[in-house]
Design a protein. Structure first.
Length: 199
């Protein structure tokens, strides 16, 4: 972890005091930073779109911007369930499948724009709370779902960072890969086939 992130974490703890939630010391700070910055970036682009703009096509063939927003919201909910299950699942398989259900997302994308905006905002806050509630041992856990998919909790911030940055570009609202943090941009695919980041 860079000195800059270490310093920022120390300053945050000093400002907020002992009663606030903080990331565990062994949490993947760089990837969490990328995910949080990407969420803020996506939110800024989303807030710049009118409700009518959300019905327009995205940069992914056949998908509207509404679909992208719905997917990003349900992606956060999926990762929240994984983080929560790491704390409460007692080693049992998670009762929900991990991959974001494409059919469910397509149906949810038809919700009014206000509902989609709320979904994005609330799911992002929930995921951040779940991450901050993880203790040191939870970050080393691997969660398995009822279909046999496994995911290391430590990988969830990277998966979220990748999804929010790439789908911010997919919105077709001015998002650019050049705006991503340098280390993150180097790990993102420069060219990719059109697809939603499922996990």
């Amino acid at each position: 972890m860079s000195d800059t992130l270490d310093e920022a974490r120390a300053a945050l703890r000093q400002r907020q005091g002992a009663g606030a939630r903080y990331d565990a010391d062994n949490a993947p700070a760089r990837e969490l930073d990328w995910a949080r910055r990407g969420t803020a970036y996506f939110a800024r682009l989303l807030n710049g779109l009118s409700d009518a703009d959300l019905d327009a096509p995205s940069r992914l063939d056949g998908l509207s911007r509404c679909h992208i927003v719905a997917h990003v919201g349900y992606h956060a909910r999926t990762l929240s369930r994984v983080a929560s299950w790491a704390r409460h699942g007692a080693g049992q398989p998670m009762p929900h499948p991990m991959p974001v259900d494409a059919d469910d997302t397509a149906a949810r994308a038809t919700q009014p724009a206000r509902a989609l905006r709320n979904l994005f905002a609330h799911s992002a806050v929930h995921l951040n709370v779940e991450w901050r509630d993880l203790e040191t041992t939870h970050w080393d856990a691997v969660v398995t779902d009822n279909e046999g998919h496994s995911l290391a909790v430590r990988d969830t911030p990277w998966l979220r960072a990748r999804a929010v940055w790439l789908h911010a570009i997919d919105l077709g609202a001015g998002g650019r890969l050049a705006d991503a943090p340098t280390g993150l941009a180097a790990r993102l695919p420069q060219k990719r086939t059109a697809m939603l980041m499922n996990l």
